[in-house]
Design a protein around this ligand. Structure first.
Ligand code: XMP
Length: 509
């Protein structure tokens, strides 16, 4: 395995993915990890990530310097390189010219990271500091026009430093540099595959659960479906799934789940129809935060009441992913904190006094999809776009009523059908309809209409932290608009949301 030390870079998850893409297991650890723990993890190599700090700032992140005595190869990226240089006796200075963006990298000396590369290729830089003097036994292996010391090496100790960011796509040869570090420097082996992961996870679940029972909420989304499938493979009928219909789901949600997941697995599943409860509790509520709170609390109550009927359950299965875990371990709480507060089952384990089984907690979303395929889950389910816990409640502006739910379900179904037919569904992070309660005037046939408006929201994103509005083709927008107005009662106008995130959010509430 490889350990990535998190110095606060927005790219440290990306570094981990680049390593895993080479079938090498990689874990991100906070910079306050002890050297003893690193030793116990026994990594083949360590990558020190970049970070926003300057090494001379008072609170810039530091580690125990005995890290450099472990005899393990180390690659420092940007701040990680500055940290290595500074700690081992060199000096870092504020760069005369801040280098941000593209630069051409000139290779000066042989370096295993640059094996078989021609000099003078594009790389991506983002830093205000750079190395001025190197510690003993280091050499400069590459430069750019503005940065004399752009790459360094201590060949004997196998310490390497890159001022550029090899993990970002814009660095030509960046992925190859990481690959060379893994295989030429660290002598890693390519044994992290979804099949090996799946076998290991099933064995671990079996060992942890034994013949006890596990309860799990199924939402119809990718994460809970893959987690449930994995747990089911490990313990079969001792997994009890609960699907809560809160009345805020999209059209045919239960049927979709039955067709896509349950038909293929002999799952123990209980459907709880709690629509009335949720709609009653939401009556007259228009404030978005209030809606979320009511739905979150009620979900826990309904789930808890159903779970109590399952005698002697000791575990709660959850589809938590790696980014959530990294965030909670990181010393640098970033914006993903916000996403976590969305997790609608967040309060469950404490309330139910159950032990958690989270078999996906080492995986990124794309890896979960690969695992789903490995487990034989059908493609339609694996590639579903995310759907928020509070469901359509946060896509109907203002009060939620059964009539409005019917309108948005119909409009959303048309929109998704068209997006899928255009072959765009998988390319978009999310695409959905939003119901605006305002009324505007229109004319249909010879009649004046005065009806509601649907907004189309479609975004591209990698992680939902930032998103861009999708440049949907005009023909497609026209087709969606025509169909919604013709097929959905009470709608006479369709608009397209052209707000990116930030400043907008993906959902409207
Ligand atoms: P925003 O609207 O904050 O959404 O840009 C970012 C991502 O999170 C999803 N989302 C939620 N997911 N419960 C969830 O499970 C929630 O309360 C919730 N709110 C937003 C949203 O769909 C998008 O993918």
């Amino acid at each position: 395995m490889i350990i990535v030390i998190d110095f606060g870079s927005q790219f440290n998850q990306l570094i981990a993915r680049r390593v895993r893409e080479n079938n090498v297991y990689c874990q991100v650890e906070p910079s306050n990890i002890s050297v003893d723990k690193i030793k116990a993890l026994n990594p083949k190599g360590i990558i020190l990530s970049g970070g926003p700090s300057s090494i001379y700032e008072e609170n810039s992140p530091r580690m125990d310097r005995s890290l450099f005595d472990l005899g393990i190869p180390i690659l420092g990226i940007c701040y990680g390189m500055h940290y290595m240089v500074h700690t081992l006796g060199g000096t870092i200075k504020k760069a005369a010219k801040r280098e941000y963006g593209f630069a051409s990298l000139d290779i000066k000396e042989p370096d295993p990271l640059f094996k078989d590369m021609d000099t003078g290729f594009q790389c991506w830089m983002s830093h205000g500091d750079s190395a001025l003097e190197l510690p003993d036994n280091f050499v400069v292996t590459a430069s750019t026009k503005n940065t004399a010391i752009a790459a360094i090496a201590n060949h004997e100790k196998k310490f390497y430093g890159l001022q550029l960011h090899p993990e970002v796509e814009h660095s030509i040869n960046g992925a190859l540099m990481i690959r060379h570090f893994l295989f030429d420097v660290c002598q890693c082996q390519e044994n992290w595959t979804m099949q090996s992961f799946s076998d290991g996870a099933i064995a671990q679940i079996k060992a942890a659960v034994g013949d006890k029972k596990v309860i799990m909420g199924l939402s119809g989304g990718v994460d809970s479906s893959v987690a449930a499938t994995l747990i089911h493979k490990a313990i079969g009928k001792n997994l009890f799934c609960i699907f809560v219909d809160n009345g805020l789901l999209r059209k045919n949600e239960r049927e979709t789940l039955e067709k896509s997941l349950i038909a293929n697995l002999d799952l123990n599943i209980r459907f709880v129809d709690a629509a009335d409860k949720f709609l009653t509790a939401l009556k007259g509520v228009t404030d978005p935060e209030k809606k979320r709170k009511i739905i979150g609390t009620l979900f826990i109550d309904v789930f808890d009441a159903e779970a109590k009927k399952i005698d002697g359950a000791e575990f709660l299965g959850q589809g938590t992913l790696y980014p959530d875990i990294i965030e909670s371990k990181s010393a640098f709480g970033g914006p993903t904190d916000i996403i976590k507060s969305h997790h609608n089952v967040g309060g469950l384990p404490e309330k139910m006094k159950l032990k958690l089984i989270e078999p996906l907690q080492l995986l990124f979303k794309d890896e979960v999809r690969k695992l789903g395929a490995e487990l034989g889950i059908i493609e339609d389910l694996i590639w579903r776009q995310p759907f928020p816990g509070p469901g359509l409640a946060i896509r109907i502006m203002g009060e939620i009523t059964p009539e409005r739910l019917e309108i948005i379900r119909a409009a959303d179904a048309v929109l998704l059908e068209e997006i899928k037919a255009a072959g765009l569904y998988r390319k978009l992070w999310q695409s959905f309809a939003v119901l605006l309660p305002i009324k505007s005037v229109g004319v249909m046939g010879d009649k004046r209409t005065f009806a509601n408006c649907i907004a189309i929201r479609a975004v591209t994103s990698n992680d939902a932290m930032t998103a861009d509005w999708a440049k949907l083709p005009h023909d497609l927008l026209g087709q969606i608009s025509n169909r919604i107005i013709n097929e959905v009662d009470h709608i006479n106008r369709v608009v397209f949301d052209i707000t990116s995130k930030p400043p907008g959010t993906i959902e409207w509430e």
